[in-house]
Design a protein around this ligand. Structure first.
Ligand code: FCB
Length: 443
């Protein structure tokens, strides 16, 4: 199957700073909203946090060595904003810059292309304290300045940039469902946070265009492959509204410069729609180069008229992962076609895809059959999309190694490499690691 993918296809693994780095308040790094949130009782399963995580900050060489053994040609990671700007802006933490310099240089030495996400959820806590972080329009200037610095520090070596990871999660999962930092529950606020995130994405793209000579910049979204729970008219409408809420809001708006109208009108009537100022939509729709698609599952949706959203997600009956997410590789294929056709015919990278499974270390081995099966099916779905004409250019498995899975702590394992959190963070490649390695070699 590998041989049927384009020759210059990027095959990689993906991670995020707070989930793996550890060294949380060390070597000049400032706290992020997650450093704080994880210490609030009841927020994280088992009260865990990312203080140490996989200690990748100190063990990055060992981790890159593993990537080399795996045979990937690219690695998607995120820069921790508070590691380089402890206060969010102003004084730079040179030690933090040095870390990313060393990481990038080592990757290049191993012929692994660095793909950098500027924001994967660890906002400097100082900005939260100063003006409520993403709740303030001001943040776009801060994000723009931070992005500019990263372009100037690393742009000579990094050619693929992602402004942010899943603004749906940084807005609604954090401010409506209350599951992620800072854990609020208010639709009006989460919609204005989403607006400020999109403005900030636009601002970073604008800076990139002005300041960087070569390279590409894109946006990574979570993708919900939405299906109605029945073919009743009410459920079909609910599926449409939900699709606008999770997908359209973040995929369509940056292309058209308009929020999906049907849902927007609903929000206006309910008095929760975001305030839009002159030129906001122009900034939001600054042309960018590619889409990042994070795909895990489908969402089955039915009508819920009493909710402002008009919809609710229901449990489907397909086999599920340890996260309780249905396994549905056809959804990846369908979603890639949808993104390509409906949202600007841009190049696409699958920037995350993977599975939490019940992994156990037995006699030094982890036999994670379900992960192998999952990856095989999703690689094949990606190939079908390419054959059907989608400009898919890369696939990043989530994730390199078991890590801090946000509100679920260390209980959910997504890695190709097992991390023994009880035994000096020992790394043990799982069977799926060997599967991916052999797949990559099978040219
Ligand atoms: C995605 C996140 C990533 C990881 C996976 C399982 O939504 O981007 O950090 O937690 O889910």
């Amino acid at each position: 199957m590998r041989a049927s993918f384009p020759e210059d296809f990027l095959w990689g693994v993906a991670t995020a700073s707070y989930q793996i780095e550890g060294a949380d308040l060390q070597e000049g790094k400032g706290p992020s909203i997650w450093s704080d949130f994880t210490y609030e009782p009841g927020r994280i399963d088992s009260g865990e946090n990312g203080d140490i995580a996989c200690d990748h900050y100190h063990r990055y060489l060992e981790d890159i060595e593993l990537m080399t053994r795996l045979g990937v040609n690219s690695y998607r990671f995120s820069i921790s904003w508070p590691r380089v700007f402890p206060e969010g802006r102003g004084q730079i933490n040179q030690t933090g810059i040095d870390f990313y310099d060393r990481l990038i240089d080592e990757l290049l030495k191993r012929s692994i292309r660095p793909v950098v996400t500027l924001y994967h959820w660890d906002l400097p806590l100082k900005l939260q304290e100063r003006f409520n972080g993403w709740e303030s329009r001001e943040i776009r200037h801060y994000f723009g300045d931070y992005s500019s610095s990263m372009f100037s520090k690393f742009g000579d070596r990094v050619k693929l940039w992602i402004t942010m990871n899943e603004p749906y999660c940084s807005s609604h999962v954090s401010y409506l469902w209350g599951e992620h930092a800072p854990g609020k529950r208010d639709l009006r606020i989460s919609l204005s946070v989403a607006h400020n995130l999109l403005l900030s994405h636009g601002e970073a793209v604008k800076r990139f265009r002005e300041e960087v000579r070569d390279g590409m910049i894109g946006l990574t979204n979570v993708s919900a492959f939405v299906e109605p729970a029945s073919d009743s008219r009410a459920d079909l409408r609910a599926a449409r509204l939900y699709d606008q809420f999770v997908n359209g809001w973040f995929f369509e708006t940056p292309i058209t410069g308009e929020y999906p109208s049907e849902l927007f009108s609903r929000f206006e009537i309910a008095g929760v729609s975001p305030t839009i100022e002159d030129e906001d939509m122009e900034l939001i729709s600054t042309p960018f180069d590619f889409w990042g698609v994070n795909y895990y599952t489908r969402n089955l949706v039915r009508s819920q008229e009493s909710s402002v959203l008009g919809s609710e997600v229901v449990q489907g009956d397909l086999p599920k992962t340890e996260m309780g997410w249905e396994i549905y590789a056809e959804g990846l294929e369908g979603f890639l076609f949808k993104v390509f056709k409906e949202y600007g015919r841009k190049p696409i990278y699958v920037t995350e895809n993977g599975i939490a499974s019940k992994d156990a270390l037995v006699d030094g081995n982890v036999d994670d059959g379900p992960r192998i099966d999952y990856l095989r099916k999703h690689f094949s779905a990606a190939l079908n999309a390419i054959k059907g004409g989608v400009d898919l250019r890369g696939f990043f498995v989530w994730t390199m190694m078991d890590n801090f899975e946000w509100a679920r702590g260390y209980s959910k394992r997504f890695g190709l490499v097992y991390v023994d959190f009880k035994n000096d963070l020992k790394r043990v490649p799982k069977k799926s690691f060997n599967y991916y390695r052999d797949f990559l070699r099978s040219l």
